[in-house]
Design a protein around this ligand. Structure first.
Ligand SMILES: [Mn+2]
Length: 347
């Protein structure tokens, strides 16, 4: 966990910031982390990171454009050396908050790295959980709830929250039920689909989200939320179609639900989540093929990251994430080998 001292240190950066720039991972934990910090200091721009697996060097353009006095990087496990070097050259302090396995990087004097995994009592609560511990604004608790649930984590304040807002969240200890059986879960799905939109639309969404005070506002269609709802509806139609197709693969293998698809939209992470909710005893593998590359999302009760790493041995690939939810990228020509290795290792 992060210590009180560390939380205060980050809070100090926020209080002193005149023109912060926030980079966040392109998912709901990343988004919630940004919203919590942005609301606290009422200043600064937010940028959803589209590059994978790292915050790549192309984003240094934003440093020249916005000239921030402090950079925040939220929920992103890797920052490219080029980006770190550019920030150092411009003498911009960088506050990096994450909860993924710690990468190897050359720490320079501008980097302030915070990760609950590198501590006396290692833990991996979502980044938004820690952002809420930093800002401590009770009115923003719903945002922290969204970020935590999206990362399959039930925070200790969930039970009180459910008593205060029973129409949004019925208390459960099971993250999967929280995601697929509550209104907060519905909002998470909406936001994660909306994050897939064009950059200009995401920018518009962020502007609206910053001023929304009540999650109920998000469920109604208003001028602030119409584009989010529109995008959600459009993507959800396609999503449901692919999900139904994936369900047909359940009987193919006793232990593994392996499903691959192509098309314009990468929905593998959302699909893997929902399939794992529907079939909690399966090892869920969803492969999204785009050109010559494949993005794979894996979910399971067992240590699926270890399983994936083993199945990827000898295959040119990247792999990252958490014990029960992780992702990998590889070449499409290696996909059959990866699938065979994986299925073989579960026998
Ligand atoms: Mn996260």
């Amino acid at each position: 966990m992060l210590s009180q001292k560390q939380l205060e240190k980050i809070r100090g950066f926020l209080e002193r910031a005149q023109n912060p720039l926030f980079f966040f991972d392109n998912d709901v934990d990343g988004l919630a982390s940004f919203l919590l910090l942005r609301k606290f200091c009422s200043k600064g721009k937010g940028i959803a990171i589209k590059s994978f697996p790292d915050l790549n060097v192309a984003y240094t353009r934003k440093l020249h454009e916005f000239k921030p006095d402090v950079i925040f990087v939220l929920d992103k496990p890797i920052i490219s050396k080029g980006f770190l070097d550019a920030a150092a050259e411009l003498n911009m302090p960088l506050v990096w908050i994450d909860h993924h396995p710690v990468p190897e990087f050359e720490a320079n004097e501008i980097v302030n790295y915070f990760n609950p995994l590198v501590n006396e009592n290692p833990s991996n609560e979502p980044t938004s959980y820690w952002c809420y511990k930093i800002t401590r604004h009770k009115g923003d608790e719903w945002i922290a709830m969204l970020g935590c649930l999206a990362d399959w984590f039930i925070p200790e304040f969930a039970e009180t929250f459910s008593k205060e807002k029973p129409e949004l969240f019925t208390f459960t200890n099971e993250p999967a039920r929280a995601l697929y059986e509550t209104e907060l879960g519905r909002i998470i799905k909406m936001l994660s689909f909306a994050l897939l939109d064009r950059t200009s639309m995401v920018v518009k969404m962020l502007k609206n989200l910053i001023i929304i005070k009540d999650p109920k506002e998000l469920l109604d269609i208003t001028t602030k939320t119409a584009s989010i709802h529109g995008r959600y509806k459009q993507i959800n139609r396609k999503y449901e179609k692919i999900l139904n197709k994936a369900k047909e693969f359940v009987k193919k293998n006793k232990k593994v639900l392996f499903f691959q698809y192509g098309g314009l939209l990468s929905l593998s992470s959302e699909l893997a989540n929902e399939l794992f909710y529907l079939y909690p005893n399966k090892i869920v593998v969803v492969a999204y093929i785009k050109g010559t590359k494949v993005n794979v999302s894996l979910r399971a009760k067992i240590d699926v990251r270890k399983l994936a790493e083993k199945a990827l041995e000898g295959i040119e690939s990247t792999c990252g994430g958490h014990e029960h939810a992780c992702g990998a990228t590889l070449q499409v020509t290696d996909l059959p080998k990866f699938r065979d290795n994986l299925i073989k290792s579960t026998k």
